[in-house]
Design a binder for this molecule. Structure first.
Ligand SMILES: [Fe+2]
Ligand SMILES: [Fe+2]
Length: 257
């Protein structure tokens, strides 16, 4: 299976670059499925029903998320109906939405996609390691092709999870920091890994946000209103080629200007 995964889409510049470039990336990599983290897709904070539909129409089949998923309150009402929008599985079972799904790809194979949140320097969540254990065997009975979006801040937590889940998922892809890391690898067991995929948005910014308000916050310690940075967005992602046994055979970091 040929999978393209895109890092956190930030605001309108992130959506615009997808509208401009995704079709050619899909052709270049002959993708079977495109997955993206959309937690910042609406104005930099959260996602709305309209933006979710827009991303789906642009050709993203499944949208993962993270700590910003609840920023736009309207999503509480619709997330249960949208089976292609995931929130971290290790959030409260009382929260709406779902944390994983099994999706049929082009009427052929299935892919399991799991969204997890880290717990170091992040909001409250159940243990991602144990929650992964709770679902992985039942997913593997249906398909060995499994992708994990591990949405977390700490590199140690992400790398520990890689070694914990090594060989049990085709890919463990880090999101949340918005900064792409240079450590992409495929383990001997066939698990693709990168600490952070980076973001799809304006790179000349502070994590996709206009720098001035962030600088002010650091200087004064006062709360500030953050605006999405203006300018041209760039795509950050990874392309994966996964075999029928759920092992990644090829991984390529994707950077589109
Ligand atoms: Fe994000
Ligand atoms: Fe995040």
């Amino acid at each position: 299976m040929r999978i393209l995964f895109l890092g956190d889409i930030v605001g309108k510049p992130g959506r615009k670059v997808i509208a401009e470039k995704l079709d050619s990336l899909k052709k270049k990599y002959k993708t079977d499925i495109v997955v993206a983290n959309g937690e910042n897709a609406a104005g930099g904070f959260g996602i709305t029903e309209k933006v979710y539909q827009e991303l789906r129409e642009l050709g993203i089949e499944v949208i993962t998320s993270g700590n910003h998923i609840w920023d736009k309150k309207e999503i509480y009402q619709v997330i249960d109906q949208e089976d292609r929008l995931l929130r971290p599985l290790n959030y409260s079972p009382k929260a709406p939405g779902r944390g994983y799904g099994i999706f049929n790809v082009k009427g052929k194979n299935n892919i399991g996609i799991i969204n997890l949140s880290g717990r170091v320097f992040m909001g409250p969540a159940d243990c991602p390691f144990r929650v992964f254990d709770d679902v992985i065997e039942s997913i593997r009975k249906i398909t060995p092709v499994i992708l994990v979006d591990f949405h977390a801040e700490a590199t140690s937590e992400k790398r520990a999870f890689l070694h914990y889940a090594d060989g049990r998922a085709a890919a463990i892809l880090g999101t949340h920091t918005h900064i792409s890391t240079a450590d992409s690898q495929i383990t001997p067991a066939g698990t693709a890994y990168i600490t952070d995929v980076g973001m799809t948005g304006v790179q000349n910014s502070v994590l996709g946000v206009e720098p001035q308000a962030i600088i002010s916050r650091f200087l004064t310690g006062l709360p500030q209103r953050f605006e999405v940075a203006s300018g041209d967005g760039e795509i950050r992602g990874v392309f994966l080629e996964v075999n029928g046994e759920g092992q990644t055979e090829k991984m390529e970091v994707v950077k589109s200007q």
